[in-house]
Structure formats: structure tokens, C-alpha cells
Write a protein that binds this ligand. Structure first.
Ligand code: ADP
Ligand code: MG
Length: 413
């Protein structure tokens, strides 16, 4: 296993061009290479992909990657191929499926990306048994849990598939899973409890602020004025995205919309413009962001309450991946909660309790007078200090304000 890790470090430099593992990557890769099934909970931007892509280049057999979105798979495919990894996707939009199957059967593929719907079909199991599988990687693994914020029933069918290959290790990956969801993922995917690895969730360079929404347009214009770098404004509906994108434009920066209702080429064009830009603002629904790798996003603003703390963390986590100071500002109003509570009535009975708990947790974050970061991190099972000094509540706490006020008076005296 130690020899393996030397080899892994060499591959890290050779294949990816990285000098070192980041955080828990090394631990995760070591487990995978030792054939131990693992659930890795690592924040967005922590480098989850590498934890299966690197072993995939070293293992005998192909790493089967289950991923929930075709767009995500194609992003990953581009990245892996650019690093010289033999990878392919097997989705409804791939015309070369026959060729991909041939390559898999000949043992030429390091990575094969599939959607859960395909992975759970009997003929996919037959295909796998005719080739050689080295690892199952389940990306966005919270989709397997009803406690997670994005339940996908087909993820439940992965267990029988993987059980048919008992010698193949499993690596489940997610950015956002509270205690319940983690336990559920382990159980649903058949990963032992001691296979859990959790990376720290704190993003110290992000300054959190949550404000009542009184005049959203004026408030958002102020956010844009105070934050010149690239930024994302999340709005809950397509109509609001369109309207806000119009209203926020014309102040000397490019402001573009992004939502699932736009034509694919418009979406792709707006996304490419954003990734290339140094000052653009993207007004978007939550359809925007997953899998987008732009390190210098300076602010993320929510025009309304997000769906859950997990969603809030994931969306705000797109700010400041380069580690430089960044801000996350959420605007909320009581009507957001009225709407969210109304939606609870439409949720299936057996999910209602977990949805209600999710909403209550969000209300706790919004209404707290305590440190936002502490509330956020405690939600993810961490035990943070009571004051972070870099959120609105810490910065506006009486002691802090007095000190700044005093300093200002002293300096101007
Ligand atoms: P996640 O899926 O956890 O959100 P990604 O796998 O997309 O994160 O990786 C985020 C970014 O971090 C990518 O640009 C990736 O190339 C980079 N990265 C991953 N591992 C390392 C490392 N060991 N050193 C430097 N950069 C890394
Ligand atoms: Mg990822």
C-alpha cells in the first residue's frame, strides 16, 4: 500500500500536474487503492474527481462513474481527456456508444461515465460482467438518500448492480450531506461505517451576510457596486432571472441570464462568457453552477431564500475557490417562508418530516443572531468556534462595532 501511494504521487504529478494532494484526497485515494469502500464528504471545489480519476489510471479494470447529469459527465470527460486519461461517456446523446462499448470490452478505458438510469438496467450489468471493472465511483451520492436534497430513485438501484461485483470497491462522493444523509448513503450503497471520510467544510475566505429584503433591486445593485469581480445572483424562477438580468444590466458590466429554459447554445455561450470574464454577473437559477470550475468568483448573491442549508452552502461555495476574500449575501423575506411552507403540503407524505426539518434548519440560519459560520458548520456536524469574525453577525456584534467605531474616532482625532 505504501508503494502504491508512491506510485499515486508520481501519477498525481505526471497525469494531473499537481505537486501534492489537497486535504483528505490522499486518505481517500489510499483507501481506494487498498480496495476499501469509502464515502468521502468533501466541500465543492475540494477536488473530489481526482479521488477516483487518479486510482482509475492505476487500477486494473475500468472505473465506472455514476453521475446524475449528462452536462456534468461531458465536463468531466473533457477534463479527463485533456489529462490524457482514457475516458468515455455512455449516454443517450453519445453517437459513439458502440465504439465505447468495444473499448470497454477491450479493457482500454480508465473511466466510463454513465447515468444512474442506464447503470441500473440489466443489460448494463451484463456488459460489465463481460469486461473488467476496477472501481465504482458514485458522484453526487446524496442523490441516493431521501434525506439528501436531491433524491433520485434510480440511485437506489445501484446497490444491486454493485452487489453483483462484490470484489470491486465503491467510492461514494458528495459535497453536502448532514449526519442523517451520510448514514443513509452508507447503508444504501453498502459501504461500511468506518469507510466515512469527512473533510472540513469551513470556507474562511467567504464572508457570509443575510439581510431582510426591502428593496431587492436597490440592494442587489449595491452588491454589484461593492463587488467588482465576477459574481452570481441566484433567483428562484426563470421569470425572475430574466427580469433581474434586465434590471441589473446597463451599469457598465455584462449581466447575462442562465436557466434551464434557455436554448442549450445560449446557455453554453453565457456560461463560456462567464468563465472567461473578469467582471461579469450571471443571474441564474440553481441550474447554473454544478461542475463549473471558475476559481475567481468574488460574490454569490441570493435574491431569495435558497431551498436548504445544503443548497445555500453549495451555491455560496462557488465563491472564492481561489482562496481570496469573497462575499455571500442572501436576501430573504417572510414571503419566502410562506411559499416554502406551502410547498411542504405538496411533498409526498413520507418526505414531509425531513423537508420540514430542512426548512426549520434554514430558518435557524436566517434568524440567528449568532455567528452564521458557526450555525452553518454545526449543521454539517463540525464543532466550530463561536465567533468567526467574518460574517455579518460577528462583524455587527456590539463589541466589534464599538471597537471599529472607537478606532475610527481615534484615527480621525
Ligand atoms: P469537486 O468535485 O470536489 O467540487 P473538482 O474535482 O471539480 O472538485 O476539483 C476542483 C478543482 O480543484 C479542479 O480545478 C481541480 O483540477 C483542482 N484540484 C483537484 N485536486 C487538486 C490538487 N491536489 N492540487 C491542485 N488542484 C487540485
Ligand atoms: Mg465534482
Amino acid at each position: 500500500m505504501l508503494a502504491n501511494m508512491d506510485e499515486a504521487r508520481a501519477a498525481l504529478a505526471r497525469v494531473f500536474g499537481f505537486p501534492a494532494f489537497r486535504g483528505v484526497q490522499e486518505q481517500v485515494v489510499a483507501r481506494v487503492l487498498a480496495g476499501q469502500s469509502t464515502l468521502a464528504v468533501m466541500p465543492t471545489g475540494a477536488g473530489k474527481s481526482l479521488t477516483y480519476q487518479l486510482p482509475a489510471t492505476m487500477l486494473d479494470g475500468t472505473c465506472i462513474v455514476v453521475s446524475p447529469l449528462i452536462a456534468l459527465m461531458h465536463d468531466q470527460l473533457r477534463g479527463a481527456t485533456a489529462n490524457g486519461i482514457a475516458a468515455a461517456t455512455l449516454t443517450s446523446v453519445d453517437a459513439d456508444r458502440g465504439q465505447t462499448i468495444e473499448r470497454f470490452l477491450r479493457g482500454e478505458l480508465d473511466l466510463l461515465y454513465v447515468a444512474p438510469e442506464r447503470a441500473s438496467q440489466p443489460h448494463f450489468r451484463d456488459l460489465l460482467s463481460q469486461g473488467r471493472v476496477g472501481l465504482f465511483a458514485i458522484d453526487e451520492a446524496h442523490c441516493v438518500s431521501e434525506w439528501g436534497h436531491d433524491f433520485r430513485p434510480d440511485y437506489r438501484l445501484l446497490r444491486p448492480l454493485m452487489d453483483a461485483f462484490p470484489d470491486v470497491p465503491r467510492l461514494a462522493l458528495t459535497a453536502t450531506a448532514d449526519r442523517h444523509t451520510r448514514a443513509d448513503i452508507l447503508a444504501q450503497l453498502g459501504i461500511p461505517d468506518d469507510g466515512l471520510i469527512v473533510a472540513g467544510f469551513d470556507r474562511p475566505n467567504i464572508r457570509y451576510a443575510i439581510r431582510g429584503r426591502d428593496n431587492p433591486l436597490r440592494q442587489l445593485k449595491q452588491v454589484l457596486a461593492e463587488n467588482p469581480g465576477p459574481g452570481i445572483v441566484y433567483a428562484p424562477t426563470r421569470a425572475q432571472v430574466e427580469r433581474l438580468a434586465d434590471q441589473l444590466a446597463g451599469e457598465g458590466r455584462t449581466v447575462l441570464p442562465y436557466h434551464a429554459g434557455l436554448a442549450p447554445e445560449v446557455r453554453a455561450g453565457n456560461q463560456a462568457a462567464f468563465v472567461a470574464s473578469e467582471d461579469m454577473v450571471m443571474v441564474a437559477t440553481v441550474a447554473f453552477g454544478m461542475g463549473i470550475d471558475k476559481p475567481d468568483v468574488r460574490f454569490v448573491a441570493h435574491a431569495a431564500l435558497p431551498k436548504s442549508i445544503e443548497g445555500y452552502y453549495q451555491e455560496t461555495g462557488r465563491a472564492g475557490r481561489d482562496g481570496d476574500p469573497s462575499v455571500a449575501i442572501m436576501l430573504w423575506g417572510p414571503d419566502d417562508f410562506v411559499r416554502a411552507r406551502a410547498r411542504l403540503g405538496e411533498v409526498e407524505e413520507h418526505r414531509r418530516a425531513s423537508e420540514r426539518a430542512r426548512l426549520d434548519a434554514l430558518a435557524g440560519l436566517v434568524e440567528t443572531a449568532e455567528c452564521r459560520r458557526a450555525v452553518l458548520l454545526r449543521h454539517f456536524g463540525e464543532n466550530p468556534p463561536t465567533q468567526c469574525g467574518n460574517c455579518d453577525n460577528c462583524l455587527n456584534a456590539p463589541g466589534v462595532t464599538d471597537a471599529t467605531e472607537l478606532a475610527r474616532k481615534l484615527l480621525s482625532a
